[in-house]
Write a protein that binds this ligand. Structure first.
Ligand code: SAH
Ligand code: SF4
Length: 363
């Protein structure tokens, strides 16, 4: 009864969010998902926006303690896709009418990399006559670099805060200047000031993370006034410091999936008109993870379009799904999944969040 009452409120409080985050009985959890789906339908429609994901390199200068491609990982075969290969994937995404793509890689901050990305962004704009939307997910950069890439034609940027709890952030990153919480926040602010639509997100089910932390994460999204959210469960990556320490101590897969879905649903209920992705990591823990994500209020999918030979090498965590599939297979598979939920793929649309469109029209 109390759950239904809270869900009918126009604006939830921190206490309400915490109450809902801690609910364990399946019937009440379903009420949360249903409310979230209802709000998605009202604010966005039964639409799913696609972003073709090109993971073009696993070279990284960082050493995030959870990530399989961190600099110190020895057993990773490093790769860097050629410009031609990236453009070929971009062309495929364009021709298959996905509307928008994401370029993601490990982090590099050298001039060669900056200029490469700048050039690739321009070329993608050219090959699609400006029609393909471009999102970048290339980590922390200087304000100048963000500006160069923006001027080249990128208009959205994803940079997860990973957790808004600074103490927890410190625990999951090395203690050095390269992994500084304040820099991450500064980057999110720089991105907004540069003109990007900004996306952030967290990992869910991190060792030591509490329900209070997750509620604070949702309030952080509100405070930063973000346009989009990409978040998913934390998944063990074997040869990482956290993988070794927590392999047998981590919350069960089922619990992490439920918590991930609750985070999607509560973010939708609380923030209403933003874009929220159902991420691959959800499917990594549950074969139906992405469908469940859409049912819990997500409206964005990021089909991997990275070429087969590189897919397996871009492993941020164990058992990444779909590594043997081609872009074609992913397309067919996902279309079936979206249909099974009762949603429709918004082919050919950039799919900016109503939240961003409203803010833009005010300025
Ligand atoms: N280097 C860029 C983009 C690639 S990493 C960056 O860090 O922003 C993209 C995301 O993968 C990270 O933000 C992190 O949230 C997620 N990730 C990394 N390792 C993970 C793991 N073991 N489980 C779940 N997500 C992980
Ligand atoms: Fe590099 Fe991103 Fe992985 Fe951190 S999360 S090690 S920055 S690829």
């Amino acid at each position: 009864m109390k759950t239904a009452e809270i869900l009918n409120k126009e604006k939830l409080t921190r206490e309400d969010l915490l109450y809902l985050m801690n609910i364990e009985n399946p019937e009440d959890i379903n009420l949360i998902y249903e409310k979230a789906y209802e709000i998605k339908e009202r604010e966005i429609g039964k639409k799913v926006f696609y972003r073709g994901l090109i993971e073009f390199s696993n070279n990284c200068i960082k050493d995030c303690s959870y990530c399989g491609i961190r600099k110190s990982s020895k057993n990773v075969e490093r790769f860097f896709m050629s410009k031609e290969d990236i453009l070929e994937s971009a062309k495929w995404i364009y021709e298959n009418n996905y509307g928008s793509l994401v370029l993601q890689s490990g982090e590099r901050q050298d001039e060669e990399f900056t200029a490469f990305v700048e050039d690739v962004v321009k070329e993608i704009k050219n090959l699609s006559q400006g029609k393909l939307g471009i999102t970048l997910s290339l980590g922390e950069q200087s304000k100048e670099t963000y500006k160069r890439w923006f001027d080249a034609g990128a208009h959205r940027y994803l940079l997860r805060v990973e957790t808004s709890n600074e103490e927890l952030y410190k625990k999951i990153h090395p203690q050095d200047k390269k992994h500084d919480f304040d820099v991450r926040i500064r980057c999110l602010e720089d991105l907004r000031n540069t003109g990007y639509q900004v996306g952030t997100g967290v990992m869910i089910g991190l060792p030591g993370q509490t329900s209070e932390d997750l509620v604070e994460d949702i309030l952080f999204y509100e405070k930063m006034d973000v346009d989009m959210i990409g978040m998913g469960p934390y998944i063990i990556s074997d040869e990482t410091p956290m993988g070794e320490e927590y392999r047998d101590k981590i919350m069960s897969k089922e619990k992490r999936v439920t918590l991930g879905l609750k985070m999607i649903a509560l973010s939708r209920i609380y923030l209403k008109d933003i874009n929220i992705a159902a991420t691959t990591a959800l499917q990594g823990l549950d074969p139906l993870g992405r469908e469940k994500g859409l049912k819990a209020g997500a409206n964005v999918l990021m089909p991997v379009t990275t070429k087969g030979e590189h897919r397996a090498k871009y492993q941020l965590y164990n058992d990444k799904p779909c590594i043997d599939d081609t872009a074609e297979q992913c397309k067919g598979c996902l279309a079936g999944r979206v249909k099974s939920v009762g949603d429709e793929i918004a082919y050919g649309e950039w799919g900016d969040s109503p939240h961003y469109i409203k803010r833009k029209s005010r300025s």
